[in-house]
Design a protein around this ligand. Structure first.
Ligand code: SF4
Length: 757
């Protein structure tokens, strides 16, 4: 507060951390950042910010900031400072050499949901059309690829239908596989407010194998064996049908039933027979924990009969070997009950990062998707993008590139010779990370890391490029609710740090020279000579929105920089016209009858018509998905489930929050949570050092004894960078066959006390 009082001006922007996308203002005293504050009238956060958001200004002047390009020819050598000219020459030569000697698929880009949309868009354009590879991938594969797969297979189109504004209209919250209270704290506060204001009318159901801070406001907490929620969700559908709680009209008009890889259509009776395997009695046996048939019946009734049910989930559902199926089963419940297109009803997946949706999911940051949700394998869409970019037909390869685990496996196998890692730290964030560090450590793999701070991954780099931070560059973040928000540069980056769009453009020009390929230059030609502080990102945004999103489901033509500057709360797509964008965009996509304008969304319960699904039959698909357990279940050798997650004070790998003293004081290190019954049986006391070991690696962590994890399960936070406490050495890298998202959330481990406190 004292520092906030020092501010002599406030500039608007968004928070740099989680996917909530809180609107904030940065307080400046001269050119010194001194505070962050919320904006009461903001649509995303209603003026609130969490501790992470409130303190991120401290990172801007942090002494650890990377300020000059650093280079070493061999990974065993020390880094030396070099000029940008030399850095870009080396980067171009190394990538060109790899392409010449090993072909286009020997190079790769690995990006981030924390990068601005303009950055992801430009990098993927250069790699796909310039270097002719779809090896464009990003860390959102690790957190929300299963949600993408779920939306596409159930609704025919990615991203939620509704908005945060549904929270204030909902009467039942079904929070499953999400510790919102810590991972999305400001959004959770809105749910708490709703519950406190209407304690009798509003029901909160929390389904999670661990009792978390989110569970504290729940009317019912469903605690089940990790990985058995597919049975639970099918059992809820069973009750909804058995008790006649489904919306027959909605199903008749808008739904079909599908099964198997061939998406075969089946009828309602087949679905009903399929669900006969998931009676509440049988599901309660599969799920264990505190699940009883009565509890399943109760939550199914609340879900189906409330005046508006909102499901919310994140990694507990997505980071699974059957993450797409789990997503489908949540959507099934909404389609069955018509809890979808009215105010307060939505099947709403929460996103982890500030721009996983806007940048990576929408602007082409995953190996199989071109900008504006175009699958790369579809010839007409690929050729459309080539035409819009003005590059020769056939320039973009048809075959998708490597997904995340495949990309780092290719590094291990020496198939990738040069990789650019931007704004993320796979050396810490990959599951079973020691396995993939071997590829990062290879001397024949040239690694560029562009970031604001040293990380576990810069330890493996040949070339480290210092980048500008938030408020030191201009660009758009797209948060969980289809909302694009603009942050404009107000400060210069420290030292010689540069915005990624400048780095990518200058590198592409040198690369074009090295390879003698004019098409690479053509990729950046529209952006030549523009100032990187504003004009360059604006031109990239204009190309993306005006050309690439035109007529697509995420049509953002109305959301120009000029409009976004007038709308500090941003714009929700679709927003094809400036008129609509100036009024906030679309509150509920795919729905007629609810006013699409965010400003007027509060008009309740008008008759509606659903028109959106992109499936060929124009219907929503209810999937028959059987229960399947985790890739690795406990056994006699490794008898515990291990699950991992977030803590409120830290963000991802803590490369940023770990440098904020107040947050480190609150949570200085990770520990292992153990159920008191297990602790007693194994003679483990609070503070004892405990070995947590899987088939892949081990940690040694202090014990916290508490009832959070159910018996037979332990839980560890994953932010800690200390090698002894880096839990991704222990997690498993099995992944969902559809979404390719790894199963971070479940593996088998054993635990043993190794010493006292
Ligand atoms: Fe930032 Fe998320 Fe906290 Fe909002 S809830 S202030 S977006 S970290």
């Amino acid at each position: 507060e004292a520092e906030a009082a020092d501010a002599d001006r406030w500039v608007r922007g968004t928070c740099r951390f989680c996917g909530v996308g809180c609107r904030v203002e940065l307080g400046l005293k001269g050119d010194r950042p001194v505070a962050i504050r919320g904006v009461p009238e903001s649509k995303t956060n209603l003026g609130y910010v969490c501790m992470k958001g409130m303190l991120f200004y401290k990172l801007m002047l942090h002494p650890d900031r990377l300020k000059k390009p650093l280079y070493r020819a061999r990974k065993s050598e020390s880094f030396r400072e070099i000029s940008w000219e030399e850095a870009l020459d080396i980067a171009a030569k190394k990538f060109a050499q790899a392409v010449r000697e090993h072909g286009p698929n020997s190079v790769a880009y690995y990006g981030s949901g924390q990068a601005l949309t303009e950055e992801t868009y430009l990098f993927q354009k250069i790699f796909r059309a310039g270097l002719r590879t779809n090896n464009v991938e990003g860390n959102p594969r690790l957190c929300m690829a299963s949600a993408v797969g779920g939306y596409i297979t159930s609704f025919g189109a990615d991203e939620p239908i509704g908005s945060y504004a549904d929270i204030e209209k909902a009467f039942c919250f079904f929070i499953i596989g999400s510790n919102m209270a810590e991972a999305h704290p400001v959004l959770f506060r809105r749910i708490m407010r709703r519950k406190l204001d209407h304690p009798e009318d509003v029901k909160v159901i929390n389904a999670d194998p661990r009792i978390s801070p989110t569970s504290r406001i729940a009317d019912i907490h469903l605690q089940f064996r990790p990985g058995t929620d597919l049975a639970l969700l099918n059992a809820m559908a069973y009750v909804i049908i058995e008790e006649g709680l489904y919306d027959e009209d909605f199903i008749r008009q808008y739904a079909t039933f599908r099964v198997g890889k061939k998406k075969k259509e089946v009828d309602f009776d087949t679905y009903r027979r399929f669900l006969a395997d998931y009676t509440p009695e049988r599901a309660s046996q599969i799920c264990g924990g505190n699940i009883t048939p009565d509890k399943i019946r109760q939550v199914a009734r609340w879900f189906a009969t409330s005046r508006g049910t909102m499901s919310l989930w994140t990694m507990g559902i997505n980071q699974r070997i059957r993450g797409v199926w789990a997503n489908n089963l949540i959507h099934n419940l909404h389609i069955l009950t018509g809890q979808l297109c009215k105010p307060g009803a939505d099947s709403f997946s929460l996103t982890g990062q500030p721009n996983a949706c806007g940048g990576v999911r929408e602007a082409g940051g995953l190996c199989h998707i071109l900008p504006a949700h175009r699958p790369v394998v579809k010839d007409h869409l690929r050729h459309e993008v080539e035409r819009l970019w003005g590059v020769p037909k056939g320039r973009i390869p048809k075959k998708p590139g490597y997904h995340t685990i495949a990309m780092f496996t290719a590094l291990n196998e020496g198939k990738i010779k040069a990789i650019w890692i931007n704004c993320t730290s796979p050396a810490q964030s990959l599951p079973n990370c020691d396995k993939y560090r071997k590829g990062l450590a290879r001397e024949d793999v040239f690694i560029i890391v562009s970031d604001i701070f040293p990380t576990k991954t810069t330890e493996f780099a040949n070339l480290i490029l210092p980048t500008a931070f938030h408020f030191e560059k201009t660009g758009v973040f797209g948060c969980t609710e289809r909302r694009s928000q603009l942050t404009v540069k107000v400060l210069d980056p420290p030292g010689e740090a540069k915005p990624e769009v400048w780095i990518a453009r200058e590198w592409a020009l040198k690369l074009a020279q090295e390879l003698g390929d004019p098409v690479i230059k053509k990729c950046v030609e529209p952006f030549l000579g523009l100032d990187e502080g504003y004009d360059l990102p604006k031109a990239i945004w204009d190309e993306y929105t005006q050309k690439l999103t035109a007529g697509r489901d995420n049509d953002l033509r109305g959301a120009t920089y000029e409009v976004l500057k007038k709308r500090p709360d941003g714009v929700q797509w679709p927003a094809p016209t400036e008129e609509l964008a100036l009024r906030g965009g679309t509150y509920k996509k795919f729905v007629r009858g609810i006013d699409p304008l965010a400003e007027e969304h509060a008009k309740d319960n008008k008759p509606y018509q659903f028109y959106g699904p992109a499936h060929p039959d124009r219907k929503l698909w209810i999937w028959l998905r059987p229960y399947k357990g985790a890739a690795e279940e406990p056994d006699s050798e490794y008898p515990f489930f291990l699950s991992t997650g977030r803590v409120i004070d830290h963000w991802h790998t803590a490369s940023m929050t770990g440098r904020i003293i107040e947050l480190m004081r609150a949570n200085p290190y990770a520990y292992v949570e153990i159920n008191p019954k297990d602790a007693k049986r194994l003679g483990i006391r609070p503070g004892d050092m405990v070995l947590v070991e899987s088939r892949r690696g081990h940690n040694i962590l202090p014990a916290k004894i508490y009832e959070g994890p159910m018996e037979g399960m332990v839980f560890v936070y994953w932010y800690d960078q200390h090698e002894d406490r880096l839990i991704n050495k222990v997690t498993k890298d099995a992944f969902d066959p559809g979404s390719k998202e790894p199963e971070f959330k479940i593996c088998a481990c054993r635990i043993r006390r190794v010493s006292g406190p």
